[in-house]
Ligand binder design. Structure first.
Ligand code: NAP
Length: 308
């Protein structure tokens, strides 16, 4: 039997958007392949426990949820490749894709669900306490800091929203920003200042995350005076922006100034037959359930496209 190298719909990416797209595509009758990389699952693999994804009475570990989505996708008959797509050519149909194995594939429609990665500061101690107090997702992990003191690092809308969200649980939230003025929009800044639980720490950067097995303190440095400051916190939320994974499509699809794929309301990109779903096109919500919804939309659109 010759190996199949043409699929009606190819999904690139294996977060909630990618798996949902593949599930809908294969159930819509299309020959479907999903390229999920070596460790399928996306950002949720780094999430401690998820309590806001409907359908789970008890918290579900991110990796377990993604494993269920993978098995569901395979059971329905989509071909799931544990390979990445390393290059794509959207200049003619069928679209041409090269996988990390070196094999070439073609597709009548492509759904890009390559996600975005939260930026990290890049310090060894940050890496050490990831999942042990250091988090990249306040919405995912904030609940576990009820009654605790936490810090948020960053000065944009995400950091401001994270800080406000965390006041629901934490007794005190330090918002640590590297400059003397926040980037966050005015309304969010007003809310921050009005919230007695929030202390904005301007002109500081983290130098070190510290603790025994779990985080207990963040060591800061004043960028103007060099003076050190120690925050006794058990949670530190890094909110210094996201990087959408659009390397594959640069120069072929329209991207916004932040590098996100531009789509219309129905997930269509600037190239007919190419759709995008999830964090690679979502500048606003960045939630698993929203990504899954967008994956569903993209698959329905792709099915309509291939049926002409
Ligand atoms: P962002 O706007 O790029 O802000 C990142 C923040 O992190 C900036 O304050 C930046 O400082 C700081 N930062 C970056 N690198 C740093 C480092 N190495 N060390 C310390 N601080 C660092 O990212 P975002 O807040 O995630 O927002 C991304 C986009 O989504 C924006 O367009 C935003 O408006 C949008 N968004 C909108 C909403 C909403 O409308 N409700 C909510 C969330 C996000 P500087 O200020 O000094 O550069």
């Amino acid at each position: 039997m010759t190996e199949q190298n043409h699929f009606e719909i190819v999904v690139v990416g294996s977060g909630p958007a990618g798996f949902t797209a593949a599930i809908y595509a294969v159930r819509g009758g299309a020959a479907t392949a999903l390229f999920g990389g070596v460790a399928p699952g996306g950002q949720l693999l780094q999430t401690m426990e998820i309590e806001n994804y409907p359908g789970f009475v008890d918290p579900v570990v991110g990796a377990d949820l993604m494993q269920k989505m993978l098995k569901q996708t395979q059971r329905l008959g989509a071909a799931v490749f544990q390979e990445s797509i390393t290059s794509a050519d959207f200049s003619a149909r069928p679209f041409r894709l090269k996988a990390s194995s070196g094999k070439d594939y073609t597709a009548d429609a492509v759904i890009l669900a390559t996600g975005a990665q939260a930026k990290w500061l890049g310090m060894p101690s940050e890496e050490k306490y990831k999942g042990k107090g250091v988090s990249g997702c306040a919405t995912c992990d904030g609940f576990f800091f009820r009654g605790k003191e936490v810090a948020v690092i960053g000065g944009g809308d995400t950091a401001a929203e994270d800080a406000l969200f965390l006041t629901k649980f934490a007794t005190k939230v330090y918002l640590v920003h590297r400059r003397d003025a926040l980037r966050a929009n005015f309304r969010l800044q007003e809310k921050l200042r009005a919230n007695p639980k929030v202390e904005i720490v301007y002109d500081h950067i983290p130098e070190e995350f510290a603790g025994e097995t779990k985080l207990t303190a963040v060591m800061l440095k004043n960028v103007k005076t060099g003076a050190p400051r120690r925050l006794e916190v058990t949670g530190a939320f890094i909110a210094i922006g996201h990087t959408p994974a659009t390397e594959l499509v640069k120069g072929q699809l329209k991207l916004d100034e932040g590098g996100y794929i531009v789509t219309d309301d129905h997930t269509a990109t600037s190239v007919p037959g190419v759709y995008a779903a999830g964090d690679v096109m979502d500048t606003r919500y960045k939630q698993a359930i929203v990504a899954a919804g967008a994956g569903c939309k993209a698959a329905l659109e792709a099915l309509a496209f291939i049926e002409g």
